[in-house]
Design a protein around this ligand. Structure first.
Ligand code: FA5
Length: 353
């Protein structure tokens, strides 16, 4: 029902005592406000609503125009007409507010729907890592030797010069002690150049009989496709009564056959290490290499001076020792042609093993 009844225009078509200007104004107010509320209620977006707000309520909008016409009404008609105009305007403002609230809620709902995350979807599983090829090889070799009764021990990477060299019977002027070959940390200490210091530590700490393996990083000033300044070695040794070169050969052949297959040929070449006498290097046959053989380890009978340095009587006890390059064995086993691939941490390379 129209509030124009306040000035008696809704009940009769020709209200008495009402000016023509007021009649026309009220009729236009009625028409405009009904149209405005309808259009605002039907607005389908905030942008469209804003357009309607400017069209009806803006400074140059329809209501402003009606207000201007209100200014020219006779003074006695202004209070009732003003009230009518204000009420109509309030209804449009209220409709606009309600529509804005509705449209904003719709916009949020729609955004929530479009950005919804389906927590029931299966996630992208992170690529599973695996053991580095050197660790795989180390564990495989450890299985072979522990199966033969060897125990696993550890020794430090920063080692005294005495344990790394002197106790192992290196003479004071041995070339391995050279600054060009060895990383010195401070006076009297080096980054161990091999795992043989573990022999000294284990034999000094425990009385024979002993059968020990130990592995870890070793360091040398050395770098090319088959030499890395940091690489991995595994040391093994046995001390008991009556240990001979035959035990050494038998143990190492058994190891090579377990790791590379029963038909793998080995070759023991005479060599020299200050801490073993006699000494040998062991090659395995690799038909794909032009040389036909690849060196995998150094070995020998533990030098009596080394046993003495550890408080073991060489007249009563004897032993053999060997040291192998884990990197080289991983390269052989997996057909890797450059040792540096093992340390570049390229997931595409490592994922192959
Ligand atoms: C030694 O280090 C002796 N301690 C081994 C030993 C132990 C002999 C017990 C006798 C008794 P050699 O320097 O040859 O020996 O190194 C042993 C193995 O380590 C080599 O056969 C080779 O496989 C590997 N190796 C040596 N230098 C490097 C290097 N820079 N990068 C990668 N592997 C290496």
């Amino acid at each position: 029902m129209s509030d124009a009844s306040a000035v008696n225009v809704s009940e009769t078509n020709e209200p008495e005592g009402v000016s023509e200007a007021l009649q026309a104004l009220l009729a236009d107010v009625e028409k405009m406000s009904a149209g405005a509320v309808g259009a605002i209620d039907a607005a389908s977006s905030i942008e469209a609503l804003e357009e309607l707000r400017l069209r009806f309520l803006g400074k140059k909008g329809a209501f402003a125009e009606l207000n201007r016409r209100f200014g020219s009404l006779p003074a006695e008609e202004k209070p009732a007409a003003g009230k009518e105009l204000n009420e109509r305007k309030s209804r449009i403002v209220a409709a606009e507010k309600a529509a804005r609230t509705r449209l904003e809620r719709e916009r949020i709902d729609q955004r929530l729907r479009s950005e919804a995350i389906d927590v029931t979807l299966p996630g992208t599983a992170p690529g599973g890592g695996h053991l580095h090829p050197i660790v795989q090889v180390r564990r495989e070799i450890e299985r072979v030797f522990t199966g033969m009764g060897f125990q696993i021990t550890e020794s430090p990477e920063v080692e005294s010069e005495w344990v790394n060299f002197d106790a192992l019977n290196f003479l004071p002027d041995h070339p391995a002690r050279d600054m060009q070959d060895t990383f010195f940390t401070d006076r009297g200490h080096v980054l161990r150049t091999h795992t043989s210091p573990n022999q000294i530590r284990a034999m000094s700490a425990t009385k024979p009989p002993l059968a020990v393996i130990s592995s870890g990083k070793v360091y040398r000033c050395d770098a090319d496709a088959t030499h890395s300044p940091m690489f991995f070695q595994m040391e093994g040794f046995v001390v008991d009564q009556g240990v001979s070169m035959a035990h050494l050969k038998g143990t190492l052949n058994e190891f090579v056959h377990a790791l590379f297959g029963p038909g793998t040929e080995t070759r023991f070449r005479p060599s020299f290490f200050p801490f073993t006498e006699p000494s040998a290097e062991v090659d395995i046959r690799c038909d794909w290499l032009s040389a036909g053989w690849m060196e995998i380890l150094g070995c020998g009978m533990i030098h009596p001076a080394v046993l003495t340095n550890c408080g073991i009587d060489p007249e009563k006890w004897s032993g053999f020792a060997f040291g192998l390059g884990l990197d080289r064995i991983a390269m052989l086993k997996y057909g890797i042609d450059d040792i540096r691939h093992l340390y570049e941490n390229d997931a595409r390379f490592l994922s192959q093993f």
